[in-house]
Structure formats: structure tokens, C-alpha cells
Write a protein of this length. Structure first.
Ligand code: DC
Length: 221
């Protein structure tokens, strides 16, 4: 995939579950006036639909057949990506315990990644984007010069999830996301790595802003 010379710009924010990348991406997109796209929400929307259809997320053939039958529409509303499955916005259905438990199985299927990565790249047609995920800097937009990897210790990430009141087996999801064959979670060679274990949100945003300034992208207040 090649980003054309006059293409829109992409800030790629990768990292493991509950590393705080959503909060950073939200604030950064607000300041930059870029569209905020959470690529994880696309994998979650498929997992949500698969579970609603009574399909086991581990049943690769059934998941791929289901994907071919549904319409996953990705658009933009007020600067945020909007994902609808057959015209329905899953909303809070994306962050249930069941979806948390099933999403990694769906995301490791190569055909699923092929289809959803194409939709992620289509966002560039709409405008400049801040996109968060696992493989944005390594696979989806490897050409972008603006890459970050937001990390935190598993203890800190588990505590964050607990405060949110969400049940999420992070260690299991980390292992599944990092060891799968298709586009595993990796640190892109040219990504700026920020360990947020000892930082608050404001400090993380300032670290990313400083990185972007060095990379040649000015960030308004
Ligand atoms: O960021 P998240 O926890 O909402 O992501 C949900 C799942 O989707 C995660 O367990 C792995 C998968 N994912 C992925 O494989 N690639 C991405 N770019 C984003 C998420």
C-alpha cells in the first residue's frame, strides 16, 4: 500500500490492550482536527455480530462466511469513526465481557484482517486520521512517519480496566494478539515507544506531541 504524495496524513498509535492509547488518540485527534479511528472497534464489531449470530469466534470458516454476509460500514461523524453492522451501531455492545473474550480469535483470521485493513485504509480518502490499533504502523500504514507505540506494565493495565469496571483477561489477549501468525502486535522499527506505567494522560499526550513536533508535525493546543 502506498500513500500518495498529496495523501492525507496518518498518526499511528499502536500498543497492547488497556495501554491508554484510546485516551491519547482521542485527545490528539481533537487537537489536530484529525478523524479518530479505533481499528480495534472494527474487530470488535465483527466479534459482536458473530456472537449475535450464535457462531463460535474460534470457528474460522463460519466467521469468514458470516463476514461475507454482513455489511460493515465505516464512516465518520463529528470527527469520530462510526462503525455499523447491517445499519446498526453496536455501541456499548463493543465492550462487553463476551466480546472481550472473543475478539482475539476473530482478529487472528487472515481473511478478516484483509477485509478490515482495506476499510481502515479507506479512511484516508475522507481526511487526516489518528488511528489506533495493533498493526497500524507496521502493516496498515507502514509509510507514515508518525508512529507511536504506547505501552504499560500488565499490572498497570489490569488496574486501569478494573477501574473502568470491565472484565478483560489481558494476559490471555496479549498472548493471543502477540503470537498470532497474521500481523501480530509488534513495535514498528521506527515507532517512538512510550511506557506510560508511571505517567498520567496529560503527560502521555505531551510526550506524543513532543514526538510529533520532532517528526515535523505541529500540534495546536
Ligand atoms: O484495542 P482493542 O482492545 O479494542 O482491540 C480489540 C482486539 O482487536 C484486540 O484484542 C486485537 C484486535 N486488534 C487487532 O488485531 N488489530 C488492530 N489493529 C486492532 C485491534
Amino acid at each position: 500500500m502506498t500513500m500518495s504524495a498529496d495523501a492525507h496524513r496518518v498518526v499511528a498509535i499502536d500498543g497492547p490492550a488497556a495501554s491508554g492509547k484510546s485516551s491519547v488518540a482521542r485527545e490528539l485527534s481533537r487537537r489536530l482536527g484529525f478523524i479518530h479511528v479505533n481499528s480495534g472497534a472494527m474487530y470488535r464489531a465483527l466479534a459482536w455480530s458473530v456472537l449475535r449470530a450464535g457462531i463460535c469466534p474460534d470457528d474460522e470458516a463460519a466467521v469468514v462466511a458470516h463476514l461475507a454476509e454482513i455489511d460493515i460500514a465505516c464512516s465518520e461523524l463529528d470527527g469520530r469513526a462510526l462503525i455499523c453492522v447491517d445499519g446498526v451501531d453496536p455501541g456499548a455492545g463493543l465492550i462487553t465481557t463476551e466480546v472481550n473474550a472473543g475478539v482475539s480469535a476473530v482478529a487472528r483470521i487472515a481473511k478478516v484482517r484483509e477485509v478490515l485493513v482495506a476499510k481502515q485504509r479507506d479512511y484516508l480518502e475522507i481526511g487526516n486520521i489518528v488511528m489506533e490499533g495493533r498493526d497500524i504502523g507496521s502493516v496498515v500504514f507502514p509509510e507514515t512517519p508518525f508512529k507511536f507505540y504506547i505501552d504499560a506494565s500488565v499490572e498497570v493495565r489490569a488496574a486501569r480496566r478494573q477501574r473502568e469496571g470491565i472484565r478483560d483477561d489481558l494476559a490471555r489477549r496479549d498472548a493471543a494478539d502477540s503470537t498470532r501468525k497474521a500481523s501480530p502486535l509488534v513495535v514498528a522499527d521506527d515507532a517512538l515507544v512510550i511506557d506510560t506505567s508511571e505517567m498520567n494522560l496529560g503527560e502521555v499526550v505531551e510526550a506524543v506531541v513532543a514526538g510529533l513536533n520532532e517528526m515535523g508535525l505541529e500540534v495546536p493546543h
